[in-house]
Design a protein. Structure first.
Length: 204
């Protein structure tokens, strides 16, 4: 019975460590025809004034049910985005532009490299915090494309700057937040559970 209690304590401790919040990339995926397009910022979180790039990964036959896609608007794809990377020929007709307010800028896709087939970037330095809209047009694999997506919001520079510039009372550091405290509590409780379990094992 005692061994069962010890094992349960160890299991709970490990479980609490596993469920502690962890950083994730804010990339999303849409389907266009028979293609799945993953998009987001290359460096996250994106910060105003810092060089960055829009990231795209384009794969054919990756959406699970491509016949249900709507090329005119795009739609959320299944989480399983495995598929054959789109070739440079298939992607050559795809156009990319970015919109902020009343300003629009045409961009050019660049292959990320031979070691990353299907991956493309668009070097870009977002100068203003906020939501940017990315328009995909032209053709992809010979099929027409007309999709608008919005990658992760660009954060103001003071979100990562330290120390804060003098004379700027509005540039205050962000609070740790409820999620941060819950994550810390989960880690502490998990380590405590593992420690108690190991201590009990030594006594047996």
């Amino acid at each position: 019975m005692r061994k069962m209690i010890i094992a349960a304590g160890l299991a709970i401790g490990v479980g609490l460590l596993c469920i502690s919040p962890a950083p994730v990339f804010a990339h999303e995926t849409i389907t266009v025809g028979e293609y799945a397009i993953e998009y987001g910022w290359q460096n996250e979180p994106p910060v105003a004034g810092q060089p960055n790039a829009l990231f795209f990964h384009i794969a054919k036959g990756a959406a699970g049910h491509p016949e249900e896609a709507t090329p005119a608007a795009g739609q959320d794809a299944a989480e399983d985005s495995a598929g054959e990377p789109a070739s440079a020929v298939e992607v050559s007709g795809l156009t990319v532009s970015i919109v902020y307010g009343d300003q629009t800028k045409n961009l050019t896709l660049q292959p990320l490299g031979e070691e990353a087939p299907g991956a493309y970037i668009v070097p870009l330095t977002p100068t203003i915090p906020g939501i940017y809209t990315v328009r995909l047009g032209g053709q992809l694999g010979g099929a027409p494309v007309s999709v608008e997506v919005q990658p992760e919001e660009v954060h103001p520079a003071d979100a990562v700057q330290f120390p804060l510039a003098e004379g700027n009372p509005d540039a205050a550091p962000e609070p740790f937040g409820l999620a941060g405290w819950l994550g810390l509590a989960g880690i502490v409780l998990g380590l405590a559970g593992i420690g108690l379990g190991l201590a009990a094992l030594r006594k047996t």
